[in-house]
Design a protein around this ligand. Sequence first.
Ligand code: HMG
Ligand code: MG
Length: 302
Amino acid sequence: MSIPKKVKLVEVGARDGLQNEASPVPAEVKIKLIHLLQEAGLPVIQATAFVSPKWVPQMADNAQVMAGITRLSGVQYPVLVPNRKGLDAALAAGCKEVVIFGAASEAFSKKNTNCTIAEGIARFSEVCHEALAQGLKVRGDMSVCLGCPYEGPVDPAAVARLAREFEQLGCYEITIADTIGVGTPGKMRAVIEAVTRHIAIEKLAVHVHDTYGQAIANIYAALECGIATFDSSIAGLGGCPYAKGATGNVATEDVLYLLDGLGIETGVSMSQLLLAADYICHHLSRPTSSRAGKAIANKMAA
Ligand code: HMG
Ligand code: MG
């Protein structure tokens, strides 16, 4: 068993973390959050989503956010795009990386993107063709890989099929997401095994939500399989508006505590991360959901 010596952390707090917030979060708060996150050393920060504002009003300020951030060289700022309209807007905003997203279950595909899995692939075929022609990088996120809120268990073979489609579309990275946080380590391993029959492990990332408190265990299982890219969200913010009952993403602080403890290099500073968490929690008038964040704050207060 050998776990990676270095891990890439993909921060999704400004997008997944905030997309489900009921009250609008001003663009300037999102911009400041992104600046604090990049000061913490995060190499990839999902900045926003160019999705329909009718579906996700919180991301309606996407262009304003992209225009407001000071981009650092060496940091990537991917954005979600669901269709050609989203891609065109992302290109106009100067984005260099886009994320397409599909689901491993038909019911979730319909709820989240109003189309079947096959229709989604057809949409993304045009998006990827154009994005790659314009020199952009494309990542593919696969939702509900460890369970669906509408269909229940998901066959790992369905995840592997979607992963192959995304690879053929030209995705440089493909993400196994536990959208509703129902997975446990055995299931995570089974899905990774099914996908790695077709896709190199180096191309895979894992994105977990912590609904059932299994996120860190699932990340550890994925590390043992050789996954070296993980999504996480500052202060554990997050949730998908179309995933009933799902709570936040795994907290970046908790993942960093795990990785630091394992001696795995990330380039991310815990103390700077906590400043970003304080900032956004203060704005949302909500305590952090990060266990490590709370523990460190308590220790410092004592
Ligand atoms: P639709 O209603 O079938 O599409 O939605 P439509 O083409 O009929 O468009 C409806 C309206 O939206 C039209 O406006 C379009 O112009 C507009 P109207 O003519 O009525 O005034 N529109 C857009 N506006 C701006 N940007 C666009 C865009 N597209 C259409 N790109 C659609 C289909 C895919 C657009 C919609 O379902 C959608 O936007 N879905 C996105 C849902 C979403 O963002 N979910 C959360 C992100 S995924 C996630 O969180 C999971 C992840 O974290 C991994 C995990 O945990 O699983 C990534
Ligand atoms: Mg998510």
